[in-house]
Write a protein that binds this ligand. Sequence first.
Ligand SMILES: Nc1ncnc2c1ncn2[C@@H]1O[C@H](COP(=O)(O)OP(=O)(O)OP(=O)(O)O)[C@@H](O)[C@H]1O
Length: 617
Amino acid sequence: MQLNNQSIDLKNILHSFSYWPRLFCLFWNTHKVYFISITILSFIQGILPVLSLYMTQLLVNTIVTTDTGVFDEILFVFLLFIIFTIFKEVVNLITEYIDGLFQTLLTNKLNFMILDKSNTLGQEDFENSEVQDQLKRAQQETGYRPYQIFQQILSIITSVITVISSIVFLFYWNWWVALILIVLPSFSFLSFIKISNKEFFVFWNRAGRNRQSWYLTHLLTHDKAFKEVKIYNIGRLLLDQYNKIMNGFYSEDKQIATRRLKMSLFFGLINLACVFFAIYLVIRDTYLKQILIGSFISYVQAIILIQTTSERLMHSVINLCQHNLFIEQLFSYLETKSNDPVYRRPDSAIKLEVIESIEFKNVSFSYPGTENYALKNVSLILEKGDKIAIVGKNGSGKSTFIKLLCQLYENYEGEILINGINLKLYDTASVRENIGAVFQDFMQYEMPLRANIGFGNFKHMHEDELIYKAAEKAGIAAFAKALPNKIDTQLGKWFPGGFQLSGGQWQKIAIARAFFRDASLYILDEPSAALDPESEKEVFDKFIQLLDNKIGIFISHRYTTTKFAERIIYMEDGEIKAMGSHQELMEDCPDYYYLYNLQADSYTDNDLLSTKNVVNG
Ligand SMILES: Nc1ncnc2c1ncn2[C@@H]1O[C@H](COP(=O)(O)OP(=O)(O)OP(=O)(O)O)[C@@H](O)[C@H]1O
């Protein structure tokens, strides 16, 4: 739905009703028996207030008109009154019970649908703030709105039945008074609908700020951010920003609430004037002995019932229209077309068994929404058994190269061929199954070690031997065996009994996760970030050793480690500037020569320094 402050009108509201068939399917599929029961109970609830009035009238009039000595007749009516009251109570309790269960089921189902949809989105979608806003709206607003719609519909049914039956009841006494009582609230309807639209826009425009406030909360409460928040003392600053957003929300809410109050006061007073006029007429007729005291009580109650119910009816209709607009957001999010190729490939896409060769043919790529090329005319051939290292300054395109291989983005120029066939013709899931990767920003799952490694190939997660084998490959088998519950030890500090690890240990686990998968292409993107030089060399050597007959790509900023790779690719500004062995690059690529020596020198200096310290110490 394209929304702006001018375009929201009755047409939009009417259009939003087109989602009702889907909505009712949703209710129906949530729980058929509950759905039918609640609908029937609502009809019963609608008729109960008037039956109640009738019972009161019957009881009072029987008491007033029955001759002394025939008390049995009064007792009989009283018994009916008791049975009716019990029935009413039971209907209320059953409605409440089913209502609660149905609401829980519906909310669970919707949350699942929203998460399920998110699971199908691609990297591009997640980096798109509009999609993020949509997701936020779907999560925050629409999660509970469908149930509200259901409730409003039921409330409307109940109210309509109550109002009609009360009017029929009053009709015997004075039809035009009954008419006035229902016509009046309709005048206020249009004014209230205007406010509701404004309210909708306020909430609509909040999605971005809501995400910002969520992010600030996250920074203030998350263990990873905590250290920096403390050391830089930015807690107060973040809190102030959070407060600013919340105060903005408050002043918007206040504006709407004030407008609502003024309107409610105005129409409320007019309504009350009519109600008191109608009650005056009942008093007058009772005084003139035109109606009995039982009728007096029930007519006064009927007038109040019509007034309150028709007001409720009006609000239910307005709320319904408003919820409807939000529902449109839910369905439009659920209909978002995923940018992940997994969900865009035809069933006939080729299933990849094993990666034998990879070829980049003049591949250029710029990230969606940016103009600069992150990769420029990259051409490269990798064959089974090749183990290469990619080096280059920050932002030179190393990770982007990997992301394209993993099919996280597809809108590149040129061609990527796997086994001589265009990557875009393959079934994406089968391509990804062939890749074991450790990304720069790898995950630390606050779960047991078994899951942390087993997620690499979740079908074999329960095979201890395989888990230990992967741990061995990453050099953490001994560490895993020494943990309090071995591979079933909970990791991280988020949940009870968690065992916290160092950055390097987490990274080795991520490497084990990649090795747990029987892939034909392994990628390690900067494992040096948290590994000490010795561990990195160890991982690198293992990586080279283990990848017999497979393709291995190792990205690192430590030139001294990568110099042992068969082939090194030096990247700069998205281009491959040089390719060859360490010796070849030292001779042909001045930038590589410079950066290598810069690092080698610093190591030598440090080595000298530490040697001196040892000697002096
Ligand atoms: N998701 C993204 N959206 C837009 N631009 C991006 C995105 N990711 C990276 N870039 C840009 O693409 C260029 C290449 O980034 P890339 O992450 O591939 O570099 P890198 O060589 O891996 O850098 P580093 O050594 O710092 O990890 C950079 O200019 C970066 O700003």
